[in-house]
Structure formats: structure tokens, C-alpha cells
Design a protein around this ligand. Sequence first.
Ligand code: ATP
Ligand code: MG
Length: 386
Amino acid sequence: MLSTLAIAHYRSLHDLVVPMGRLNLVTGANGSGKSNLYRALRLLAETAQGGVVPALAREGGLRSTLWAGPEELSARMQRGEVPVQGAARQKAVSLRLGFAGDEFGYAIDLGLPPPSLSAFSLDPEIKREAIWSGPFLRASNLLVDRRGASARVRDGRGWRVVAEHLNAYESLYGQIADPVGAPEVLSLRETIRGWRFYDHFRADGDSPARLPQLGTRTPVLSHDGRDLAAAWQTIVEIGDPQALHAAVTDAFPGARVDVVGADGRFSLEFSQHGLLRPLSAAELSDGTLRYLLWIAALHTPRPPPLMVLNEPETSLHPDLLPALARLIAHAARRTQVWVVSHATRLIAALEQEPGCNTLRLEKAMSRTTLAGQGLLDAPAWHWPER
Ligand SMILES: Nc1ncnc2c1ncn2[C@@H]1O[C@H](COP(=O)(O)OP(=O)(O)OP(=O)(O)O)[C@@H](O)[C@H]1O
Ligand SMILES: [Mg+2]
């Protein structure tokens, strides 16, 4: 489980250290930084897939993703007595992302390459990476240490250099994940690769979830939900069918969902009171289909280490939101959950759940801050120095 998430100089997240619990609810007004926080988590996940630099490029490169404010905000600028102005940059460009969990912590620091003739001269470079044991980095708990092209791992009382020609655009995870030489790297990589993000399920008329699909065992629902029927049947066979059924009746009293198959193609049938025949997925309303997708995603028989749900309320009627909150809380018993939402009823219902960690984002001087977090309340955190 993650205990801390830290971000510096990424968009409006100028310097944010967030404490995490089992069930995390991110809320805040429009423009407060919810999506930025979600994107930052996705970027962290990309480090383990070898895609952090391309992902930054897709967002417009370091120039666009970097905090757009001045390096230093004077007290007079903060009071509005003088306009906010930047001075010549004193420190190197540095976008930093990190987290700490039960066992290990990780931080990555991206910057600009030294001037060169390369056509990729605007590609960000990985300047530093560190893996440590425990809740925050100290000199004594550092385990893997990357500086530019070289990396070393702790070896007894000393250090062993494991690479001297690392690619500047690839993280440690793609280059030194070696079960013998650097087992921490491998273990963290597998954990991060397990994080699951659900953004927007497609529920429109042409959504693949509405069509019969080839059914194979599917412990993890795909991002667009195309394998809904197969995922449903997998939960029935190797997951928790009682909980699945209870989730359906909680949201749609008296209804039942069955999976039918012909020629290896699976489809869903939705039976409800008052109809002579069950409805196929093609006939369901967008909201009903989307809700069934959430039920399948959240009852996965293979719970990930972290499940991130971005605005799950989309296209659901407010009356369904208390049931959605119960569904999410049920999932949070088996996996760590991160929910971004601005639906008042979902927020109110989730906040009733014991242990809900509400992260209310605010913006002050264009910087995202955590409501109620004073300087001393933030979890301890140290970035690796360049
Ligand atoms: N490079 C940057 N530097 C500073 N601020 C930025 C940068 N890029 C974007 N922002 C600002 O970050 C703010 C938060 O954006 P974000 O998309 O996270 O908001 P949100 O909380 O998801 O809002 P909504 O509810 O409208 O989706 C926006 O006001 C945006 O202008
Ligand atoms: Mg947003």
C-alpha cells in the first residue's frame, strides 16, 4: 500500500506531499488540480512501462508540463503589492515525482538535457532516480541510486556500480530490473505495473461492451470495458459471485445479470421486473451499462495494488451514486483505491465510509494545496539531490 505521494513542479502541483490511505477521495473546485494529480500518478506508472518521457512529450513536453509560475514568490507578490514576476532561473529545471509505500519508496527527477545539436534537444532527461526502504529517503536507507547515466546499488556496507551507460530517456525499471543484482527494482516495477487506471468507460451506442465478444477467462476488465461479459463470467467462476449479485441488486433492486454464450462469444443479459424478456447489453441505457462496467471492474478476482478511478460518476444519475460509493468502499477492502470526483452525492457517501482519506484540493497563488494541511502536517519527504 502507498502511504505518501509527492510531486514537485508538475503543472499546478508546485510542491505537494499527499498522505494516502486505503480509500482516497480527491475533490476540489474546477481548476484546483484534481486532473493534474491524476496525471501525475499516471506518469509515475509510466516509469515502470518505459514510457515516462514519451508520455511527457504527448502532454506537450517539459516546457508545458512544468510549473508555469516563478521560481520564488516573494511575500510582496503574495500580498499582491507587486505583480508576480519571474527572475532569471537560478535552479535547473526539475520535475519530480515520487511515492513511498509499505516497503520501498521511489523518486524520479526529470530535467532538460545539456545544449546539443540533437534534434531531440527538448526531450526531457532523467537526471536522478532513487529507491529506498521506509517512508522517506534518508542517506542511510537509500538502496538504488541513479545519477544521470550511472546507477549503483547498495551492497553490504558499500555500493556496487551496476550500470554506467544508462539511456537518459529510460527509467531504471527498463534497464536494471535484475532479480539478482537489483531485486528492489524488479519488485517495485512489478508493483507499479500492477496499478490499474480506469478513466472513462465507453457506453455510447457503438461501445464494444454492447456487442458479443469472444470469451476467455478475464480476471481484469479492459480499459474500454469491451470484455465485460467475459470479466463478469470470470468473477462468477473464480471470484465472489454473491458480492457481484449483491452489487447488482443494491443499484437495481430486483434485477439480475446473466452471461450467455454461443460459439464462444459471450454477452450479458439484464433481467428486470416488468419485462417479458431480458435486455441485451445493446439495449441497456448508457448509465446502466456504465454501472455494470464499474461493478465488474471493482469485483476483479485479481485485485491490483492500487486502483485509480477518474470521475466514476460520469453519466450516472445522482440516485445511483450512494450505491457506487458502497461498491467502491467494498473494493477498498481488498485493494488501495484512489477516486477523483466532483459529484457531491458520491463525495458525501464516500466520506461516510470509515477510513476515507479525503484530499480536498485548493488553489492559492495558482498552486495546488491540500485543504487543512499546514507545513508541519505534510508527511515527511525528501527528494534526492541532483
Ligand atoms: N504548467 C502549468 N503550470 C501551472 N499551472 C498549470 C499548468 N498547466 C495547467 N495548470 C493549471 O492547473 C490547474 C488545475 O488543472 P486541473 O485540470 O488539474 O483541474 P481540475 O481540478 O481537474 O479541474 P476540473 O474540475 O475543471 O476538471 C488549472 O487551473 C490549469 O490552468
Ligand atoms: Mg479535471
